[in-house]
Design a binder for this molecule. Structure first.
Ligand SMILES: [Zn+2]
Length: 280
């Protein structure tokens, strides 16, 4: 028997009578379930003060963490996708784009910008998972290619922050072409002797892992990030055997030689700027 029983059914409270709890004042860590103040969480670079869980964040947060005083100039901020294949899944692709743009306030799954980071000018491309799973379509590829051009012209280091489910199926072959395009641009950056660091965050998979995310002079990752090409279920079904524990975690990938180091987000800015100073 419960302590309290509701006697009357269908009690409705008008909206103006509802008590307002300030929205988003507290943050509950999805890993250790402990609660902290959102301000404290933000000051801690969106990592848990108890267990160091790295919350998944987007370009807005990364730019504010990395650029000095959040000062940056965004590149190609208005570029949006066309619908070259007239693609329809559960809804037509242009509708999906429109809804996602309205919902997220983003134009596509990557934002590119340049600005000072500990007084060094850097060009950064940062993916947003909130935009159709951070999928790489023609806009993502083109914006990254142009950001690399910007780095080449202005002789700045280039940082790519990846967070993606892979290629965007609604653009099929056009998405796959972005792998070659971005890789070719990165080769030009390398020829010019400009440093490229690739940061893989949770999750980085598919065509993104198979192209620009793994082409850094340094490939680095955040702790616990899922990094892979195909998902574990697909691999398990293909090879017909169980996968080792921690398979496709940043720590596992590091141990097997695919990463240079894992960086705590709180140290990211300082580590990157000293790395760029060394490589310049
Ligand atoms: Zn935690």
């Amino acid at each position: 028997m419960s302590w309290f029983v509701r006697k009357d059914k269908g009690i409705q409270t008008p909206t103006e009578m509802k008590r307002e709890a300030p929205d988003g004042l507290w943050y509950q860590c999805p890993n250790c379930k402990k609660i902290m103040h959102t301000r404290e969480h933000k000051l801690n670079a969106y990592t848990c003060v108890h267990c160091n869980y790295h919350e998944k964040i987007g370009s807005d947060a990364y730019f504010s963490i990395l650029f000095d005083e959040n000062q940056f100039v965004e590149l190609d901020a208005t570029m949006t996708s066309a619908d070259p294949l007239k693609f329809t899944d559960t809804k037509p692709y242009p509708d999906r784009l429109r809804t996602t743009i309205n919902k997220t306030g983003l134009k596509d799954a990557v934002r590119t910008a340049y600005g000072p980071m500990n007084d060094i000018t850097v060009t950064i491309a940062c993916m947003d998972f909130g935009f159709i799973g951070g999928s790489m379509g023609s806009v993502v590829g083109e914006k990254i290619a142009r950001a690399i051009d910007h780095a080449l012209q202005n002789k700045t280091p280039f940082l790519m922050i990846s967070r993606s489910g892979g290629a965007r199926m609604m653009e099929a072959g056009f998405s796959l072409m972005q792998m070659a395009k971005t890789s070719a641009k990165l080769a030009l950056l390398s020829e010019a002797g400009l440093p490229y660091v690739s940061l893989l965050t949770d999750p980085t998979t598919g065509g993104v892992t198979a192209s620009y995310a793994m082409l850094g002079d340094f490939n680095i990752a955040e702790p616990g990030a899922l990094i892979g090409f195909a998902g574990p279920r697909v691999i398990r079904e293909t090879i017909g055997t169980d996968l080792p524990k921690g398979f496709q975690s940043a720590e596992f990938v590091l141990e097997h030689g695919f990463l240079d180091f894992i960086v705590d987000r709180k140290d990211l800015k300082d580590k990157l700027s000293s790395l760029f100073k060394m490589l310049q």
